[in-house]
Design a protein around this ligand. Structure first.
Ligand SMILES: Nc1ccccc1C(=O)C[C@H](N)C(=O)O
Ligand SMILES: [Zn+2]
Ligand SMILES: [Zn+2]
Length: 207
């Protein structure tokens, strides 16, 4: 039996956040010395900081929030493919891979990723990726950077195209040490009522 591999960015007070969004901050509300019994931590964060799932409500007011999504989306077989160096990724770039029977697709787009520095440039997913992934039977796509759309894009064409075609989104996966191939994935969002997304603890195991 192979071991589970952690593909989650570690939360620390140095993890990068979307410019202008709420940074991650962990602190002790009370220490053991203060309470006489226990340390009591608390944290503040944008739900889009670190490794996370987007709920469709993030970009569509009439779409499901995070706790309404089926947990089965986030548990099961996943394929990791190497698309390192591509500036945009869509049907044309993905049709070279054998994706028959694939349900979850994780895109490794960078050789290395800085958890502490917000990227200046990321690859974008093309609008035609939604239709392509749906044709293949893929209902979850994950990327190793903060957005499936360009960082300055307000229309979010890839987010919307993926949603229209029933494809859910994971962002900021930590894939730099992962060899492309077939895996089992667990990346469960927290059950936060009404939320537009949630951090996930993402792990994979080779199959
Ligand atoms: N955190 C933000 C703050 C302001 C505006 C956008 C974002 C995003 O995170 C968008 C990104 N496309 C996302 O889905 O994660
Ligand atoms: Zn997000
Ligand atoms: Zn997103």
């Amino acid at each position: 039996m192979t071991k589970w591999i952690d593909i989650t960015q570690a939360f620390s007070n140095k993890i990068s956040t979307w410019p202008g969004d709420t940074p991650f901050q962990f602190e002790f509300a009370y220490t053991k010395e203060q309470t006489g019994s226990v340390n009591m931590g608390r944290f503040t964060t944008s739900v889009h900081t670190g490794t996370h799932a987007d709920a469709p409500f993030h970009f569509d007011n009439n779409a499901p929030t995070i706790e309404q999504l089926d947990v089965n989306i986030y548990i099961g077989r996943a394929k990791v493919v190497d698309v390192i160096g591509l500036e945009s990724i869509g049907r044309e770039e993905l049709q070279v891979f054998d994706l028959d029977g694939v349900e979850r697709l994780l895109l490794k787009t960078a050789k290395t990723v800085s958890v502490e520095r917000f990227p200046t440039q990321i690859p974008v997913l093309k609008e035609n990726i939604g239709e392509f992934l749906q044709e293949k039977g893929i209902f979850l796509v994950g990327v190793d950077h903060p957005s499936v759309d360009a960082l300055d894009d307000k229309q979010l064409p890839a987010h919307h195209a993926l949603y229209r075609h029933g494809v859910h989104i994971l962002e900021n996966l930590f894939l730099q040490d992962v060899t492309p191939g077939d895996y089992e994935l667990i990346a469960l969002p927290l059950k936060i009522q009404g939320a537009d997304g949630s951090p996930v603890r993402a792990v994979i195991r080779s199959i």
